[in-house]
Write a protein that binds this ligand. Structure first.
Ligand code: ZN
Length: 655
């Protein structure tokens, strides 16, 4: 394990422009450098590198981060791998700490799992190409499906022999731990090979390591299931893996679109036909984890379905989930009786692409039109249909998108637009309430997730639970909280007062410590708490700490906060309700900026406290508890004094 000290040294040394320039040609423009984005397809550069902030940010696709994130995304490295890369580049000798025996044992076990899966994949491949039954029965199976040899090799397809202990015996010959083979589901509890006489599809994670297998039967035996799969294991979290994602991710990023199909063979066929931005959820409905994985590469998802009734029903299921993630969802129905595999073979790549282009329908409109056909003349069904469509629209976080859909759907289902608007608003309100309630019930969620073996080296304070932010963004004191967090991240490390040797972070955090639990926005709160924790340990709160944060959400938020709109919008002042227009840009003026932000922040919190206290007084009055009522009235007086003082300083009037 790399020591924290070494990680820090690397992070402090690595210069983003030097790291990026190994892969992207950059030109100087003012204080920044620009180039063509390596993460999406573009002709005019929107990929910006800021040497002074040590970050990159693409204003086309939104990718951004520090030197390590660039390597992690571009070169597909884990965090420790990126650190090692940088250490080598800058000639830094890494200090390795001694990990606890339990940690090492766990780490070794996980490493062994990957090694054994790799061994198994190679064994199956070798069986396919080098044994009689492999060559004469399994290989023809793939060839009949039109798979070329380079395609078979690209997906590491293989063959599990028709033997009870073929894999197991080879594994013991090579001294692999038989218990581990059982853990991975390669060998059954009774000690026999789990996959027998099947063609094999290894399943890769995003880093290209084999995490499990799918096996398809060769001949259609009545009793045996057509496909069997590895069980969920410590390295195979099915809800987070998509088949083909490893092979597809670069193409998805470049074309800015992900095509989702149902089966392994659909993925492989389309790949072979030159359509490489394809993944499969392996027949099950999409999970949140899978959608979030796609979202790392593109917000656009196109789902291909067989054009039969079951295909259509499947199209409607599970897709609301994708809407919640603010993805753009299109649906394509294939001609009746066709699947992607068969159709691309029939019409060829060019026509297939054309078909996808022409026949793709927006998911919500598709859903509305399908339900329309069913419920056109039945008023009861029509009500249910409107409910269902409204429910889908309400899940879209972006209000502008929502209103566009309402307009379209109102036309489509022949309902008055205002009615649809009010129904949708109701549904949005209900969803918001429900989420808030869930959040309140959920006290600091204990993460049940399996450790991600690639990032297992990260230190614990970085592994915060993932946070829902979409809805809370719209509510409460988000603006003031965001402002505080922006200054904390951007200028936290700078000196606020050189006489007292306080940093901006210490000043801000010292002033909000008492209200840190009152944050409305969960992610901002997590950042504030983490910063406070670092401060109390005497650790620095540097910009790079946040822009290179291992929590993807914190990291990209940091990049957003310090990039736009404060630098790029001419009218940035107008966005501030009570900002002093005569002030310089925040970059030159972070002290004044911090003080004012803090005042606005506290003013909001005080106003809320006043209202809460007023309510309390009212209730105590009703209960006749005079003594306590007097106490709270005195408190109210004090609160109002502070409130007025703050408002006065900010030149604002509180009603
Ligand atoms: Zn880009």
């Amino acid at each position: 394990m790399i020591s924290q000290k070494s990680i820090q040294e690397v992070l402090e040394t690595a210069k983003v422009e030097e790291v990026v320039e190994d892969f992207v040609r950059l030109k100087r423009r003012g204080v920044n450098m620009i180039g063509l984005c390596p993460f999406h397809n573009e002709k005019t550069p929107s990929f910006t590198v800021s040497p002074s902030k040590n970050i990159f940010k693409c204003f086309g696709c939104g990718q951004g981060g520090g030197p390590t994130q660039f390597l992690m995304e571009h070169e597909n490295l884990s965090f420790p791998e990126a650190i090692r890369y940088l250490a080598k580049k800058y000639g830094i000798e890494l200090e390795e700490t001694v990990a606890s025996p339990e940690f090492l044992a766990e780490q070794q076990k996980l490493d062994s799992y990957y090694i054994i899966n790799k061994f198994a994949a190679e064994f199956f491949e070798q069986q396919l190409f080098e044994t009689d039954r492999g060559k004469h029965i399994a290989l023809p199976y793939f060839k009949e499906r039109g798979f070329r040899e380079d395609t078979i090799k690209k997906f590491s397809l293989g063959y599990a022999p028709n033997e009870w202990k073929g894999l197991l015996e080879e594994a013991s010959r090579q001294n692999y731990n038989a218990e581990f083979l059982k853990d991975l589901g390669l060998v059954s509890d009774k000690g026999f090979d789990f996959f027998r006489d099947r063609v094999m599809f290894p399943i890769f994670n995003l880093s290209g390591k084999v995490v499990g297998f799918g096996g398809r039967i060769l001949e259609n035996k009545a009793k045996a299931p057509k496909y069997i799969n590895s069980p969920e294991t410590e390295i195979y979290n099915k809800s987070k893996i998509l088949y083909g994602a490893f092979q597809a991710k670069n193409s998805i990023r470049q074309l800015d679109e992900c095509i989702l199909v149902e089966g392994y063979t659909d993925v492989i066929s389309l790949h072979q036909a030159g359509i490489e931005n394809v993944v499969s959820s392996s027949g099950t409905s999409l999970t949140k984890g899978q959608v979030q994985m796609i979202k790392r590469f593109t917000p656009n998802i196109k789902i291909l379905y067989d054009g039969d009734a079951a295909g259509i029903k499947a199209a409607l299921r599970g897709l609301d989930l994708v809407l919640e993630e603010d993805m753009n969802v299109k649906v394509v129905l294939l001609p009746e009786g066709e699947d992607p595999d068969s159709h691309v073979k029939k019409v060829g790549t060019a026509d297939f692409k054309k078909y996808l282009e022409e026949k793709s329908q927006d998911f919500i409109l598709f859903k509305a039109s399908i339900l329309m056909e069913e419920g056109m003349n039945d008023p009861v069904k029509k009500v249910a249909l409107i409910r269902s469509v409204v429910d889908s629209i309400a899940r879209i976080p972006d209000p502008i998108k929502r209103s566009l859909y309402i307009r379209e759907c109102a036309k489509l289902v022949e309902v008055d637009e205002p009615l649809l608007i009010s129904e949708t608003n109701k549904a949005v309100g209900q969803r918001f309430k429900k989420q808030k309630k869930e959040k309140e019930q959920k006290q600091l969620p204990e993460s049940n997730e399996q450790p991600d073996p690639f990032t297992v080296e990260k230190h614990s304070s970085l592994s915060q639970p993932a946070v829902e932010t979409t809805d809370s963004k719209a509510a409460g004191h988000e603006f003031q909280e965001r402002d505080i967090i922006r200054i904390l991240i951007h200028f936290g490390g700078q000196v606020f007062d050189d006489k007292e040797e306080t940093s901006v972070a210490a000043f801000l955090l010292g002033n909000i410590e008492d209200v840190i639990e009152d944050f409305d926005h969960e992610l901002y709160q997590i950042i504030a708490k983490e910063a406070l924790d670092r401060l109390s340990k005497g650790l620095a709160i540097e910009l790079s700490y946040f822009t290179q944060h291992n929590n993807k959400e914190i990291q990209s938020l940091s990049i957003d906060l310090i990039s736009s709109p404060y630098e790029y919008s001419e009218n940035w002042e107008k966005k501030w309700d009570i900002y002093l227009n005569t002030q310089k840009m925040p970059d030159d003026n972070f002290i004044k900026d911090s003080q004012n932000a803090l005042k606005r922040f506290r003013l909001k919190k005080i106003i809320r406290k006043c209202a809460e206290n007023q309510e309390k007084i009212k209730n105590l009055g009703k209960e006749g508890d005079v003594e306590n009522m007097m106490l709270h009235m005195r408190l109210q007086q004090k609160l109002i004094e502070i409130r007025n003082e703050l408002a006065n300083e900010l030149g604002t009037v509180v009603l």
